[in-house]
Design a protein around this ligand. Structure first.
Ligand code: AMP
Length: 409
């Protein structure tokens, strides 16, 4: 990685502003999944043990946008739902030490709290997105945030594809600006895929929308991924574009020309692009009782494809054998609904098996991460990326503003 990290700066006694990604699901004040908090612990612990005064900042949801929507619909808006206060309590449990909470992220009161901090103290600021200046990357707001600290650390890889005040603008006013340990880990693993993957390199892409994944598919083909396995609803756009009947399966009609272009590009580049050969379908009029697995070409107009079939699982798993680098994003079917999780879970197991046999595997995006957890193989994956959009943008070869803003090593 070509960026300085928190290990490269002397932070003892300094006020260190760490942009973390604490955008976790919270229901009735209870945190439903603390993966992102846990992922930030190495950086926070490093800062504490180095004697820094640790100031943590994050976004949570979209309070201002949701408030506007609620007002338009005449509904009540509850700002408490967007408070990071429950995260302070959970973080305190995880660290085994007190984590103070500031009811805002800028202003006189927050400055007073920061002034009272001692070495090793931790203060979590309230949700950055209560201020419109955050998403607008407003200079005034960025300067207010910068007043709180002496050193800037970005550990929020999941938000690095956004040029916001706390991920980009702040670095104009607060230097040095360095990467946290999670950011470093993400960039190290993902750069491996991008720059010099050990081969064979196999990418598996799934999910609903082709449109979201076009740039990453094109970038993977440009970088001569050896094999591209495409599953999930996304495959139907490729099938329909080739003239197959896909029934009522999800298709993005406007993406059909692009799908053909991608197939052509893959062929010209010597990339083996594989689509499912069979799928699990239901009759759209009798979804509960009609599930069966059929070859793709047997699909009639009344059917909906909801998962890859057993033959496809076998073919994709075989293609993963002997892989040295694997990148996976997007489920193979509508995996939130059992039994349509079977294909995705089987692929998760195949990725884990290939990893045990020597592949470096990287899984990114919320759904694929949920799938490896569901399959019980998360600990066998080399790297589970905390980024969704950021991971895809990085692998599409785009420069992430939150990374670009950091000091070069
Ligand atoms: P994406 O956000 O594009 O990665 O898509 C993820 C979503 O795609 C998940 O919610 C899946 O349920 C959905 N999905 C994947 N395959 C199918 C399918 N065959 N039919 C309907 N939804 C699907």
């Amino acid at each position: 990685m070509n960026k300085k990290t928190i290990r490269d700066v002397d932070i003892k006694g300094k006020r260190v502003f760490i942009r973390v990604d604490f955008n976790v699901p919270i229901k009735n004040g209870r945190i439903e999944d603390d993966t992102r908090i846990v992922a930030s612990l190495p950086t926070i612990k490093h800062a504490i043990s180095s004697g820094a005064k640790v100031i943590l900042a994050s976004h949570l949801g979209r309070p201002l946008k949701d408030k506007k929507k609620a007002e338009e619909k005449g509904e009540e808006f509850n700002p408490k739902k967007y408070s990071l206060e429950p995260v302070a309590a959970r973080l305190s449990e995880l660290l085994g030490k007190e984590v103070a909470f500031a009811e805002d992220c800028i202003g006189e009161k927050v400055l007073q709290k920061v002034d009272a901090m001692k070495e090793g103290d931790v203060l979590l600021l309230e949700n950055l997105r209560f201020h419109a200046g955050e998403e607008k990357n407003d200079e005034g707001f960025a300067a207010e945030l910068a007043k709180l600290a002496d050193v800037y650390v970005n550990d929020a890889f999941g938000a690095a594809h956004r040029a916001h005040a706390s991920t980009a603008g702040i670095t104009k006013f607060l230097q040095p600006a360095v990467a946290g340990l999670l950011m470093e880990k993400e960039l190290t693993y993902l750069s491996r895929v991008l720059d010099n993957p050990e081969r064979p390199f196999v990418a598996i892409l799934g999910g609903a929308k082709v449109s979201d994944k076009i740039p990453v598919i094109e970038s993977l083909i440009d970088r001569k991924v050896d094999k591209l396995l495409i599953g999930g609803a996304m495959a139907y756009t490729f099938f329909k574009a080739q003239g197959f009947t896909v029934g009522k399966s999800l298709v993005e009609d406007n993406m059909m020309p692009k799908a053909l272009e991608i197939m052509d590009k893959a062929e010209r580049s010597g990339v083996k692009l594989l689509l499912p050969t069979d799928h699990q379908v239901v009759d759209s009029y009798d979804p509960l009782h009609s599930r069966r697995t059929i070859p793709i070409e047997f699909t009639n107009v009344g059917l909906v494809g909801l998962d890859i079939g057993t033959e496809t699982v076998a073919v994709f798993s075989k293609e993963l054998e002997g892989a040295k680098t694997i990148f996976w994003n997007g489920p193979m079917g509508m995996f939130e609904e059992k039994p349509f999780d079977e294909g995705t879970v089987a692929i998760a197991k195949a990725v884990a098996e290939a990893t045990e046999k020597g592949a470096i595997s990287i899984v990114g995006g919320g759904d694929s991460v949920a799938a490896v957890n569901q399959a019980g193989v998360a600990d066998k994956i080399s790297h589970i990326s905390t980024g969704g959009g950021a991971t895809l943008e990085f692998l599409a070869g785009e420069v992430l503003p939150g990374v670009e803003a950091l000091n070069d090593a």
